[in-house]
Design a protein around this ligand. Structure first.
Ligand code: SAM
Length: 270
């Protein structure tokens, strides 16, 4: 790591220095020169330089102005990248990525800033349907949540959104000593591949997403309690009874198919 750079906690800066981990990320990403990579948080370029070597082009978004010059130094032997010195959460990805329509595949690969893991993933899921693969370093606990099954404590709204759109799995764990400074949590790399067909067919997709979000507002509450902030309580009780669910059921007990069944019921009965 560049000795003059002090990592900024507020930007989630933990720089990867372990070449084996970087090689493993590249291996599980299965890149080629037909691939455009979007990277959030290139930092000092540890991962970016591998991405430039193996992908066709890399577009990276870095919030920290102080890292841009050192990053350019790291990448000096490459010319297939663009650095955008912005907060990823303020970017209109759809219009920015339009320029790169010659690439057959668009992947999102990032050693994520952990403090905004869910907002970044949610943004890309909602705004960038052209991204077909995500390879992301994240906190182990969050990786478990994203890949969890119903009834596990790690299952949440974003887990179901991912299950609806594709297949997420933890590829490998990463020791905290692989970073400078070492974070005080364990990490893992998750790969998420979008289905290349429509697996589920709810009657109204927006309604389904609204239902899922509302169901998990407070994990400890029952589904009835969470949903009664959005729908009439008698209606929810009738919906659960008509669909043979217990009135005390919690969102974490429901599968994606269960949520579709309930969303279709609301669509047909509202
Ligand atoms: N990719 C580098 C590596 O692997 O060593 C750095 C990863 S570090 C965990 C996260 C990076 O995300 C930092 O460089 C940080 O400045 C950047 N970052 C944090 N918040 C950001 C945001 N909102 N938009 C873009 N980049 C951000």
């Amino acid at each position: 790591m560049n000795n003059n750079i002090k990592a900024k906690k507020k930007f989630g800066q933990n720089f990867l220095h372990d070449n084996k981990v970087l090689e493993n990320i590249i291996e599980v990403s299965e890149l080629d020169k037909d691939t455009l990579v979007i990277e959030v948080g290139p930092g000092l370029g540890a991962l970016t330089k591998y991405l430039c070597k193996y992908a066709g082009h890399v577009v990276c978004y870095e919030i920290d102005n102080d890292l841009i010059n050192p990053l350019k130094v790291t990448l000096s032997e490459f010319n297939n990248y663009e650095i955008i010195n912005e907060d990823i959460l303020n970017i209109d990805l759809k219009s920015e990525i339009k320029r790169y329509n010659k690439y057959n595949k668009i992947y999102f690969i990032s050693n994520l800033p952990y403090y905004i893991t869910t907002p970044i993933i949610t943004k890309i899921l909602n705004e960038a349907p052209f991204v077909t693969r995500y390879v992301m370093m994240m906190q182990k606990e969050v990786g478990l949540r994203l890949t969890g099954e119903p009834k596990s404590k790690d299952y949440g709204a974003i887990t179901i959104m991912l299950k609806y759109k594709g297949n997420a799995r933890i590829m490998f764990d990463v020791d905290r000593k692989s970073f400078t400074p070492a974070p005080n949590v364990d990490s893992c790399v998750v790969r998420f591949d979008l289905y290349d067909y429509k697996k589920y067919n709810p009657l109204d997709e927006e309604l389904l997403f609204k239902l899922i979000r509302a169901s998990f507002i407070q994990r400890r509450k029952t589904l009835v309690n969470n949903l009664s902030t959005v729908y009439n309580k008698d209606f929810i009780n009738k919906m659960l009874t008509d669909n043979s669910f217990n009135l005390n059921v919690r969102a974490e007990e429901l599968s994606i198919q269960d949520f579709i069944k309930l969303a279709d019921y609301i669509y047909n009965n509202k």
